[in-house]
Design a protein around this ligand. Structure first.
Ligand code: AMP
Length: 289
């Protein structure tokens, strides 16, 4: 793996890549099996693979975990090497945001709901850094995890609205044996919190199962998720949502592709998870009259 730290080094390394297609996996490091799955998928699909490790300050709020976010460059590089990554981009903040940088990318209402309501400005930071990284790396394909469901919706919209020449590939969420989605933030959890954290996936599965059995009232699905989350008394729900998969507007009836998503606050970490829902048409049920 070739490690590049500046825009100039990246430009040179990018120009020297073999083949036609370049797969890009942007990350914030502290890599785990979720990230590895994206890199493997990129390796399969593309002639060359670029991964970035950048803890993006503009997507963290003032009271969030930017300073304590886990960083382990040595382990990350060893993993990227073992996965056959061609270029690892590890830029300093000033390489991404030159002194006096003032241009941002605003995604509109999509960035103001759910995670965006809980974390004002988060998706402006995400859309801005993704746009900058796409321009610097010039990938043909970029790989994102389903785990950050709203992020995938925002990135697809960004690429569509701005006409960015990159294909977005969304990869399935990698989970622990008990269902907890792999996350760099899971290491913050104490033993009791970790045990209760499986409630997130349980809640999503309850909604998925109920929908498959014909419960298409989004209100009732949200209520079922809240009941499951009550099994995690250490967790305070931030939001519980069943929304249109493209607009992220809350649904009354799951009559189209939807995203069930939730966020909870444990004392030591805030966790999110989501599951795409097919909508009742694909569950083999007819629309309600
Ligand atoms: P992060 O380093 O948390 O910014 O994540 C970088 C990329 O890895 C994003 O596209 C995430 O959605 C993806 N990712 C993180 N955790 C998982 C997971 N458990 N399964 C699949 N993808 C993941």
């Amino acid at each position: 793996v070739r490690v590049v730290r500046t825009r100039a080094e990246l430009r040179e390394a990018r120009a020297a890549l073999p083949g036609r297609s370049v797969g890009f996996v942007p990350t914030m490091g502290a890599l785990h099996e979720g990230h590895s799955s994206l890199v493997r998928r990129a390796r399969e699909a593309c002639d060359a693979v670029v991964a970035s490790i950048f803890v993006n300050p503009t997507q963290f709020g003032p009271n969030e975990d930017f300073n304590r976010y886990p960083r382990d460059e040595e382990a990350d590089m060893a993993l990227l090497e073992s996965l056959g990554v061609d270029i690892a981009v590890v830029p300093g903040v000033e390489e991404i945001y030159p002194p006096g940088a003032s241009v941002t990318v605003d995604v509109g209402r999509l960035g103001d709901v759910l995670e965006g309501a809980a974390r004002p400005g988060h998706f402006r930071g995400v859309a801005t850094v993704v746009t900058i990284l796409f321009n610097l790396v010039q990938p043909t394909h970029a790989f994102f995890g389903q785990k950050d469901g709203q992020q995938t919706v925002v990135v697809r919209r960004l690429v569509r609205d701005l006409g960015l020449p990159v294909e977005i590939v969304v990869c399935p969420t990698v989970r622990e044996p008990d269902g907890l989605a792999r996350s760099s933030r899971n290491r913050y959890l104490g033993a009791d919190e970790r045990a209760q954290a499986q409630a997130l996936h349980r809640a999503l599965q309850a909604a998925e199962a109920a929908l498959a059995e014909g419960e298409w009232s989004a209100d009732r699905l949200r209520e079922m998720m809240r009941v499951e989350l009550a099994n995690a008394p250490l967790a305070v729900p931030d939001y519980v949502s069943v929304a249109d998969a493209e607009t992220l507007q809350e649904l009354d009836t799951v009559d189209r592709p939807a995203l069930a998503s939730l966020a909870v606050r444990f004392p030591s970490a805030r966790l999110i998870d989501c599951l795409p829902l097919a909508g009742q048409a694909r569950a083999g049920l007819s629309r309600p009259a």
